[in-house]
Design a binder for this molecule. Structure first.
Ligand code: GLA
Length: 355
């Protein structure tokens, strides 16, 4: 038996920017998904510690992107298919999946599963792939096998995450940069308990609205290929709510740049303020928050030692990330009970676990 892992993530800032070629600043977490399997054979057979369905698909991807699977099995089938599409030799495995990444909480449990399965499948085939190609294949798996039109952030940080801190990812060039987090502060990650899977359609709708806004901008500005290139004055002629949706994306990209600068200058006060602004933008301009999440973020901001808080990830529920003085971090996590909370420990990207 061999074991492979991939981490979940919390996104410090830069949400709903990745699919518009924008900037994101995620942190790979200690929460992770593990695949433990005997490698070999021509089937991919996996069971899960959390879900009843068992997966059984052809290792050569010939069962297609969904593989006739339901629930979590679709992710396994889709990754098997997507890796076959890029030439992975058809060697299977048989084993189990275990995860500490809560599902539907906005902490990228899907990407952790996809990338952990991909790591195991590549080892089974004795093949190596460029990490970003693994991320792209896993993203394609989610889009075509599961039907979520996601960007590249979650899969990219699941392969490239670093224990040194956050990963600045330019989703256009796919260039990355380490952004260390200072020892004086921690990120506290709090699950609101509002499962975003219940409102999964909101994600696709918002993405579609940004595309509609982009098409309208292109009429006067054909040189703009994504909202990454748009400026605020280009949004003036857009009808509501497209103007507001695009305003979020344009201002969020600018906030990512400002947060990186503030972290490098040790201006944690500025980082905290930008997290609050980002939450406001997600809630008001992007209309992607949830009343319970707004209450949680506001509650966190009143706790001593908290510098700022924002919803993280796709939205419509899920998790809030707070920037907290290190001495107060455990206390803040305890103060939001009975909600589940973690003090983030930045972690490495996917790989084999020494057992
Ligand atoms: C989900 C998607 C990502 C990204 C975020 C929002 O996590 O999988 O690609 O779009 O939402 O930033």
């Amino acid at each position: 038996m061999r074991t492979f892992r991939a981490p979940g993530r919390v996104n410090l800032i830069g949400d709903h920017t990745d699919y518009q070629d924008g900037l994101v600043l995620p942190v790979a977490l200690q929460l992770e998904t593990r695949v433990t399997a005997d490698l070999g054979g021509d089937r991919v057979r996996l069971s899960s510690d959390s879900f009843p369905e068992e997966v059984d698909v052809a290792a050569d991807g010939s069962d297609g992107p969904t593989g006739g699977q339901v629930g979590w099995g679709r992710y396994v089938a889709a990754v098997t298919w997507a890796l076959a599409e890029v030439g992975r030799p058809a060697v299977g495995m048989e084993g189990t999946v275990a995860s500490t990444v809560p599902a539907g909480a906005g902490l990228a449990s899907s990407a952790a599963l996809e990338v952990a399965v991909a790591a195991a499948l590549l080892a089974a085939a004795g093949t190596e792939m460029d990490p970003l190609d693994v991320a792209q294949a896993c993203r394609r798996a989610e889009v075509e096998g599961v039907g979520v039109p996601c960007g590249i952030m979650d899969q990219a940080v699941a392969v490239l995450g670093s224990s040194r801190g956050a990963l600045l990812l330019d989703c256009r060039s796919l260039a990355t940069d380490d952004v260390p987090l200072p020892g004086s502060h921690r990120l506290v990650v709090v699950d609101s308990g509002v499962s975003r899977e219940l409102a999964a359609s909101g994600y696709a709708e918002r993405r579609h609205e940004t595309d509609q806004g982009l098409s309208a901008i292109k009429v006067d500005h054909p040189e703009v290929s994504s909202l990454r290139d748009a400026t605020l004055d280009m949004l003036d002629g857009l009808p509501p709510p497209l103007r507001e949706r695009c305003r979020h994306v344009v201002t969020e990209n600018a906030r990512v740049v400002e947060v990186v600068r503030a972290l490098r200058n040790r201006r944690l006060d500025i980082v905290g303020r930008l997290l609050d602004h980002s939450h406001h933008s997600m809630a008001v301009s992007f209309a992607a928050s949830h009343p319970d999440v707004d209450v949680l973020a506001a509650e966190l901001r009143t706790i001593p030692g908290v510098l700022g808080a924002r919803m993280t990830g796709g939205g419509f529920g899920g998790t809030v990330v707070a920037l907290v003085e290190t001495a107060e971090a455990e206390g803040v996590a305890a103060a939001v009970a009975p909600r589940r909370a973690w003090v983030a420990q930045p972690s490495a990207g996917a790989g084999e676990v020494d057992t």
